[in-house]
Ligand binder design. Structure first.
Ligand code: CAA
Ligand code: FAD
Length: 382
């Protein structure tokens, strides 16, 4: 067992930490308050190879491993979770879709544009009536005689939807086949038949723009299919295995920021003539926060390590996402409590950590769905 990181992993972590401290932490409050999309910061992440971390260098990416992604997302998330949402979806759900299942032409066209930081990618699975029950989708792609598909329907809650040029879309090509009737497509938002709804106002991760997208007789060419017809649901599920490592990393970043702020505060804040960190009830909170943070971090790294070894990591990704998201929520909650009135104030970032932590228990599969995935995989029962 080796708990150390390679020089390359540490270098990427360092790049992410520098941008996070200098540009993201300093603007996080503004983007949280306004809900504006942080375009310049995202472009800066792209220019530094952080929007295509695992993309091979031949397609313009950083050519790094899944552990590097974890380290980089944690740094960005500790500064601002909304930036980490955009980064994680682009890296794990969009880039991985094309890398793992796309044709050579798709890799050259779509991944290269994303890796250069000039475009951003999105992933569209959820619909208004089908979130957890993803196979209940209604978005329909009807095959034409020339091999193209005409797509009609809507997708909800699409991260980066308001800005994304390219979207990995899942649509029903054969409703009689259930999950085996779903196909993945590469969508270009600049083509006719593509529409965007209003940006959703949200509790947290407010700078990560989210919206509904609509398809009205959008024509996808035969070469826009990702993988094979009917394989879309398995593709979505396997991408979400990777995506859940990204969200676990995001949760670890929020938890670390809340924990570090708390450790600093309990040393400086005095009550009854002593630093509050000398009180046993506060010490217990610090100790429990540390245990949950370390467990979340190690489980996230375990899932990433299994992925980097080419081994199965579906259960471990769900374990990491469930543990890390619940740790982030709990730690952020305790951090607000430790800060007293200041924890509730917008003058400090604790209330933002608290609001941002909540989403990690919801998207890329709720905590209930992670428990379902883990228990099904462990027992073989359904
Ligand atoms: N990898 C590959 N294939 C998989 C798989 C995986 N991890 N998990 C399931 N499959 C396959 C199954 O083997 C099965 O294949 P067969 O047809 O050959 O039998 C097929 O997929 C259907 O599987 P299930 O019968 O298990 O499907 P289900 O309808 O019971 O659903 C579920 C399972 C786990 C609940 C799934 O629907 C799910 O994960 N729901 C949550 C959806 C989700 O996470 N959405 C996230 C949207 S993206 C997002 O949220 C981004 C963001 O926030 C930033
Ligand atoms: P529902 O599925 O309606 O669930 C409601 C409640 O019922 C939850 O507590 C759930 O856990 C519970 N529940 C449902 N089924 C079961 C069950 N079988 N057993 C026990 N409990 C159950 N989607 C995308 O495709 N792309 C994106 O980029 C994207 N980004 C998002 C960004 C944000 C900010 C948000 C809020 C959502 C995003 N989503 C995205 C959608 C997200 O993945 C879904 O919201 C999530 O999967 C839950 O689906 P739902 O909202 O429909 O809730």
């Amino acid at each position: 067992m080796d708990f150390s990181f390679s020089d390359e992993q540490l270098m990427l972590q360092d790049v992410a930490r520098r941008i996070a401290k200098e540009k993201i932490a300093t603007s996080a409050e503004h983007f949280d308050a306004t809900g504006e999309y942080p375009l310049e910061n995202i472009q800066l992440l792209g220019e530094n190879g952080l929007m295509a971390i695992e993309v091979p260098e031949q397609y313009g990416g950083s050519g790094m491993d899944p552990i590097s992604s974890v380290l980089a997302i944690i740094e960005v998330s500790a500064a601002d979770a909304a930036h980490a949402t955009i980064m994680s979806v682009n890296n794990s759900l969009f880039c991985n879709a094309v890398l793992a299942y796309g044709s050579e032409a798709q890799k050259q066209t779509y991944v290269r544009a994303i890796a250069e930081g000039s475009e951003i990618g999105a992933f569209a699975l959820t619909e208004s009536q089908s979130g957890s029950d993803a196979t209940a989708m209604r978005c329909r792609a009807v095959k034409q005689d020339d091999g193209s598909y005409v797509i009609n329907g809507q997708k909800s809650w699409i991260t980066s939807g308001p800005v994304a040029r390219y979207v990995v879309l899942f649509a029903m090509t054969d409703p009689t086949k259930g999950s085996r009737g779903i196909t993945a497509f590469m969508i270009d938002a600049n083509r006719p038949g593509y529409g965007r709804g209003k940006t959703e106002p949200k509790l947290g991760v407010r700078a990560s723009a989210t919206c509904e997208i609509e398809f009205q007789d959008y024509v996808a060419r035969a070469e826009d299919v990702i993988g094979k017809e009917g394989e879309g649901f398995k593709i979505a599920m396997s991408l979400l295995d990777s995506g859940r490592i990204g969200i676990a990393s995001q949760a670890v970043g929020i938890a670390r920021a809340a924990y570090e702020a708390s450790v600093a505060y309990v040393k400086e804040r005095k009550s009854f003539g002593a630093p509050i960190g000398t009180f046993q009830m506060i010490q217990a909170k610090v100790a429990d926060m540390k245990c949950k943070l370390d467990a979340a971090m190690l489980l996230t790294l375990r899932a990433a390590w299994l992925k980097s070894q080419g081994r199965r990591f579906s259960t471990e990704a769900a374990v990491a996402k469930l543990t890390a998201s619940e740790a982030a929520m709990w730690i952020a909650h305790q951090a607000v409590q430790i800060h007293g009135g200041m924890g509730y104030s917008k003058e400090m970032p604790l209330e933002r950590y608290f609001r941002d932590a909540k989403i990690t228990e919801i998207y890329e599969g709720t905590s209930e769905i992670q428990r379902m995935v883990i228990a099904r995989n462990e027992t073989g029962l359904r």
